[in-house]
Structures are given as structure tokens and as C-alpha cells.
Design a protein. Structure first.
Length: 301
């Protein structure tokens, strides 16, 4: 580990003679810093999207995985009888942790977003709902449906799978798209930095020839370009990451219960995750610039 730190310190240590090979300012310098900053800014949002998608998938999966609803549709004079029959069936069903009928107030709250707050439940044929919570072993849905069909013909079991599975699958795919976006952003940053380094090498061809005449090795010249462009990428990515995190702070926050758009920001320890973006950008710049420098110097021999 100490050797690794020593090599890193030597790499980033200033070398006045080598630094003269690389122009400290100019179009390629500004392009590298801007590209690294822009890619880091976009990477913050892609990272936030992937983490938010993961939270969303976990929230939907946990909320619906161990719950079910029994809907009772029957004539008014049969509603209470069938509800009582359903409760008796559930009391003897393995895997049922708890079950309770929803009150009129709870059903009104469920229907309010669609029908408004003044829904007359006592004058409308609203089905009776029973909330079912499963234990860790779960309920045999097919067996429970068969028992309900015999004891309470108007009862229908909804185990929420038709709602949960598409939502969780969509959130997982969105998370995968966010990962793909981060890979593409990283690749694009490497391409831009490679082009900038190649342009700088081409612009300093005369300086490189003079250095070769006085005995400079290609590894020495390449190291100068790699060091300068790695530092530029690190600085640009650090600035872009900070700006991206400030932008995330400005998004409306609603806590863990927020919906997808308002819950797009980082939460808890996830605020530390973007700290990996500048080192990754520097590593990409190191690899890209080194390959570009060695290839270009080899061509100019």
C-alpha cells in the first residue's frame, strides 16, 4: 500500500521540465476540463436515477409482496354474512398473519382520488374489502381461492402479483438503463479526452522532436501528457460532481414516501457514492491519454 501511495505521489508531483511539453492552457486544456465536468455532472444524475430506481423497486416489492386483498361483491343483505364467512376461512388458513375488514372511512379514502371526498358509500353498491397480511411462509393462493368459492361465492382474492411484478420489473429495467447510461458517459469521456490529448500531441510535434534529439524517451514524453490530462480530468470531474450534487440538493425532497420524481435525489449514505466519480474520471483519463500518447509517439517515429 505504501508503494502504491508513493507511485501516486510521484506521478502527480510537479515536473517543470516535463510540464513544458504540454500546453498549460488552450483549446485542448479547456476541452478536457469541460468534458470531464460535463460527464461528471451527467454521471451524478445517472447515479441518482439508478439508486432511486433501486429504492423504488424495493419499496414496491416490500409493500405488496406479503399483502393481499379480498373483495366481496354480494347483495346488501348478504354482505355481512359473506364477510363473516371469509373471516372464518382466513382464521383457519395457514400462512395468514392477520386479516381485517376495511372500515367505510378507509374505503372512502381509497376512492377519494377518483370520485372526490363526498362519495355516498351508504347509497352505492361498493364491494367490501378485507385486508390480508401473510406471514413469512405465505398463503397458498389457489387453495384459498377454492375455499372462498365454496364458503363465500362473492369473495375474490387479489394477491397483488399482477400489480407488483410489472412495477418491480419496470423499476429494475430503469435501473439497468441508468447503469448503461453511466457506462456510455464514461466511454464518451474517454473518447473526448483521447481526442484532446491526440490534438495536443499533434500541435507540439516540433517540441517532441527537439526532446527526442536531446535524448528524451517516449515514456518520459508520454508521462508528461498523461499526468497533465489526468489532473485536468480530475479537476473537471470534481467540479462537475459538486455542481451535480448541488443540483440534486435543489430538487424537492419528500423523504422515503415520495414518488419517483420527487424521490430522485440521494438519501442517507448514498450522498457519499458520487465521491467515486472524480477518481473514476481520472482513471479513464489516465488510460485514454496513455494509449493515445504512446500510439501517437509511435506513429511519429
Amino acid at each position: 500500500m505504501s508503494m502504491l501511495f508513493s507511485q501516486a505521489r510521484n506521478f502527480f508531483a510537479a515536473d517543470a521540465q516535463a510540464d513544458r511539453v504540454v500546453p498549460p492552457t488552450g483549446f485542448t486544456a479547456r476541452l478536457t476540463i469541460f468534458a470531464a465536468g460535463a460527464m461528471a455532472f451527467l454521471a451524478v444524475f445517472a447515479l441518482a436515477l439508478s439508486l432511486a430506481s433501486g429504492r423504488l423497486a424495493d419499496r414496491w416489492g416490500d409493500a405488496l409482496a406479503k399483502s393481499a386483498t379480498i373483495r366481496i361483491t354480494a347483495p346488501t343483505d348478504q354482505m355481512d354474512i359473506q364477510a363473516l364467512a371469509v373471516m372464518e376461512v382466513l382464521a383457519t388458513t395457514p400462512g395468514v398473519k392477520s386479516a381485517r375488514p376495511l372500515s367505510d372511512e378507509e374505503q372512502r379514502a381509497l376512492l377519494e382520488p377518483w370520485f372526490g371526498p363526498d362519495l355516498p358509500l351508504d347509497r352505492l353498491p361498493i364491494p367490501r374489502l378485507i385486508e390480508l397480511v401473510e406471514d413469512e411462509n405465505g398463503v397458498d393462493a389457489d387453495g384459498l381461492r377454492a375455499r372462498l368459492a365454496g364458503e363465500a361465492p362473492g369473495a375474490v382474492l387479489d394477491d397483488h402479483n399482477r400489480w407488483r411484478e410489472p412495477l418491480v420489473r419496470a423499476a429494475d429495467r430503469l435501473r439497468m438503463l441508468a447503469y448503461v447510461a453511466m457506462v456510455l458517459i464514461t466511454a464518451l469521456a474517454g473518447v473526448v479526452i483521447t481526442l484532446a490529448a491526440s490534438a495536443a500531441l499533434a500541435a507540439n510535434e516540433q517540441v517532441i522532436r527537439v526532446l527526442r534529439l536531446v535524448g528524451a524517451q517516449d515514456s518520459y514524453i508520454a508521462r508528461a501528457f498523461v499526468r497533465r490530462y489526468t489532473l485536468r480530468a480530475l479537476i473537471g470531474a470534481a467540479v462537475g460532481t459538486m455542481l451535480g450534487m448541488i443540483a440534486m440538493l435543489l430538487l424537492p425532497a419528500t423523504g422515503d414516501q415520495g414518488n419517483f420524481l420527487t424521490g430522485l435525489g440521494f438519501q442517507g449514505s448514498h450522498w457519499l457514492v458520487p465521491a467515486v466519480i472524480p477518481p473514476v474520471a481520472a482513471l479513464v483519463a489516465f488510460i485514454a491519454t496513455r494509449q493515445a500518447a504512446l500510439a501517437t509517439l509511435q506513429e511519429k517515429r
